[in-house]
Every structure is written in C-alpha cells, then in structure tokens.
Design a protein. Structure first.
Ligand SMILES: Cc1ncc(COP(=O)(O)O)c(C=O)c1O
Length: 408
C-alpha cells in the first residue's frame, strides 16, 4: 500500500540538519576526527543534587502513576525562580503550566492559538519549531528579519499595517538561537504596545535566560509593564541545568493563553513522570552558584574559541549570551558551502545559517559544546582551511562590536 503522509507533514522542510548528519557520519566512517559544533545539546551533566533527587524518586514505587498536571511544588519553584532571577511576580496557581521541554510547548502553542490562515510573526533566522508549528497549524508565516544593523532585534516598524492587523501571534527569542542578541526593556515595551494595538499574542522563548555573559542579565519579557496582558514566556531546564534529555520546562504568563494550551494538551498526554518533576524542583530551588558556574564555563569556551578564531584570521563577533557563536562567513562562500568545506577539510561541523531561515544566509552557527582545548583545535584547523582558500576576505569585526579586552 502506498502510504501518503498528511499535507501538514509533507510540507515540513526535510532539513539541512539531516543532510549535515549524513555528511558527519560519512566523515566519521572515513576515519576523520570530527569536532561536532553543530548541535546545541549540553555536553555536561545536571547538578549532583538533581541526579540524587531523581534517583531517589525513581526508587520510590509510589511515583509511577499518571501525574496529569504539574506538582504544586513545581509551580511554586518556578514562581520563586522568576521572582529571584528576574524580579517577576507570578501566582503559582494561575501563571504556570508545565511542558515536556520547551519544544513541546512551542510546538503546540500555535495549534492552540491559530486558526488556518492566521498570520504569525516569526524571527528569521529563528529556531526551526517556530515556523514548523505555524505551518502545522495551517497559519501563515510573516518573517521578522534579524539584521545586524538593528542589533539583531526585529524592527516592528517594518511590519506592514495590513500584516500587523491580520497577525495573531508573535514569537521572539532573546537571547536566541541561532542569534544570541539580548533584548532591551525598551524593545520589550515596544512589543507590548504593538501587541496591545493589534491584538497579537506574544510568546517569548527564554530558553537561554541564564546563559548570559560578562556580568550582564537578560530581561524577562514578563518584567515589562503590561506583558502579562499580552503574552507568555517559555522556559526550560534543558540548558540552564543541563537537563536536555530529561524533558521538562514551563510556560509562564497570561492565564488565558495558558488555558488554551492546556485545553489542547489535555487531549494529548497525561503529564510528566513524577521523579522528573521532583528533580526539576531540586534544580530550580538549588544553590544559585550552579548558575554562575555554568556562565563561567560557557564564557571560558566562548573566549577560547573567539580568540583562537581571531588569531586564525576570522574575526567573529563574541556572543553576549547563549551557547552559540553567530559568525559572518568569509567572502566567496555560501553558508552551506562554507559549512560543508569546514566539515570536509577541517573535520569541524558547524550549522549553515540558512538552516534557520533565509536571513541566516551569510552566517554559520558554531555551538560551544566542547571544552576550550577542543575548541582551540577546531579554530586552528579552520584557520588552515581559510589560508588555503585564497583570495579570501574575512568580514571585519562589526562596528559597536570592538574586540573585547580579553582578546590577545
Ligand atoms: C531557542 C530554543 N528554544 C527551545 C529549545 C528547545 O529546548 P527544550 O525543548 O529542550 O526545552 C531550544 C533547544 O535547543 C532552543 O535553542
């Protein structure tokens, strides 16, 4: 029998990620030492207290029933975390919903909020589930380009009036993947004003809320006056606590938006494994020194990679946050040709920028998912490839992004 998947599945992009994975496999089979900087999966374990709580709860035979909803302790832990980390006051019984990782939340929000034909405003480049979720829901994507000249923030004034009027959803992600730009409170205030004016629901993906460098902090969207009226924030324990494989996260904010999500999700699953919820409570209520340790670790990786790439003749811009360098590629390549050249000739896997949308052309994303020494090796190998591909002009460091003082 010829099985034909539904149109909503057929229209999903097959993905450069599959192509890249196949090329990585081929390089490994050929005996190459591949340094994989293409996937943003944390390479470190969760804090010991989280593993202890998880393993104790797994041995407790009372923990194996359906959970249906989040434990009240989980919702309270999220509220306390938001108060302590972002100065945002939330009510645990109104403003928090649990998700199986933020991918789960983001994947289903568009289904819960959009009718076929509704317009969603999506960052380009952007994390792939934003666009996929809108397409699955039958919505129309209107891309918000993230341009260097605009500090990689969407320019809301560029959105045509008729698009703004039809828009029902806007997704934002700061600091983001693949573009690590931080939002400002002023930008978020403009977003709230725009959302109110046009009746647009805002979803801010805050998955990298805690991976912010150089003593800076990322503002929560909900810290801005009026945000709770128009939107929600999605957050996750995956990156903050290295819990990417034990899937747990949360949506916080406007109760009506959360209720729409819950109404849909109630038909799809029966809640998260109790031991995982208990482990998440241990993470959220644990020693904040863990968070500082994470920041220092990724800062050290960023500094190692960026300074080694500068020394190798590629002056990439150091990211202010996240686990990614968003690097303008040298002249003479496309994002894909550059990524595949690095894989084939340097044995270094990075992700071509256009995998995240058309405005990602001209960039690659390099994930800081290896120790500093390995990142320096990757940079040295990239430098050798760059020397061989003459003539070559590397992009100058960006104005306003002068090399930081820690560079040699
Ligand atoms: C921007 C962004 N949002 C969401 C996710 C999904 O994370 P998780 O489902 O593990 O919470 C990721 C994962 O890489 C991400 O980069």
């Amino acid at each position: 029998m010829n099985i034909q998947p539904a149109l909503r599945v057929r229209q999903l992009p097959a993905g450069i990620f599959a192509e890249l994975a196949a090329a990585k496999q081929a390089a490994l089979r050929a005996g190459k030492d591949v340094i994989d900087l293409s996937i943003g999966s944390p390479d470190l374990p969760p804090p010991p207290a989280v593993i202890d709580t998880l393993s104790a709860a797994v041995r407790d035979t009372s923990q194996y029933g359906y959970t249906l909803l989040a434990l009240p302790e989980f919702c309270q832990a999220v509220c306390d975390f938001y108060q302590a980390r972002y100065g945002v006051t939330l009510q645990s019984d109104r403003h928090v919903v649990q998700v199986m990782g933020s991918q789960d939340g983001l994947a289903h929000l568009a289904l819960a909020l959009l009718d076929p034909g509704d317009v969603a405003l999506i960052p380009n480049p952007g994390y792939p589930i934003y666009e996929a979720s809108v397409r699955i829901a039958g919505g129309q994507v209107y891309p918000l380009p993230l341009r260097e000249v605009n500090g990689f923030l969407p320019d809301l004034r560029d959105i045509p009036e008729e698009v703004a009027r039809r828009a029902k959803l806007m997704i934002l992600n700061h600091p983001g993947n693949p573009v690590p730009a931080l939002a400002t409170p002023a930008f978020f205030r403009d977003v709230v004003a725009f959302a109110r004016h046009y009746g647009v629901v805002v979803v801010h993906d805050f998955a990298y809320s805690e991976l912010v460098f150089d003593g800076r902090r990322a503002p929560s969207f909900l810290s801005v006056d009026g945000a709770l009226d128009v939107g929600i924030e999605s957050n996750s324990l995956s990156k903050t606590f290295n819990m990417a494989g034990c899937r747990i996260g949360y949506l916080v904010g406007n109760p009506d938006i959360l209720a729409a999500y819950q109404a849909l999700k109630g038909h799809m699953d029966f809640g998260l494994f109790m031991p995982l919820q208990r482990a998440a409570v241990a993470a959220l209520t644990g020693d904040p020194a863990v968070l500082q340790g994470q920041v220092r670790l990724y800062e050290a990786r960023r500094d190692a990679l960026v300074s080694a790439l500068h020394a190798a003749g590629w002056p990439v811009t150091p990211p202010p946050a996240t686990m990614f360098v968003w690097a303008r590629i040298p002249d003479g390549f496309t994002s894909r040709s550059f990524a595949f050249t690095l894989l084939e000739q340097a044995g270094v896997a990075v992700t071509p920028g256009d995998a995240f949308g058309s405005a990602g052309e001209g960039y690659v994303r390099i994930a800081l998912v290896q120790p500093p020494e390995r990142l320096r090796t990757a940079a040295a190998r990239i430098g050798q490839v760059l020397q061989q591909t003459q003539p070559l002009t590397c992009p100058a460091a960006l104005p306003g992004n002068a090399p930081p003082p820690w560079l040699p």
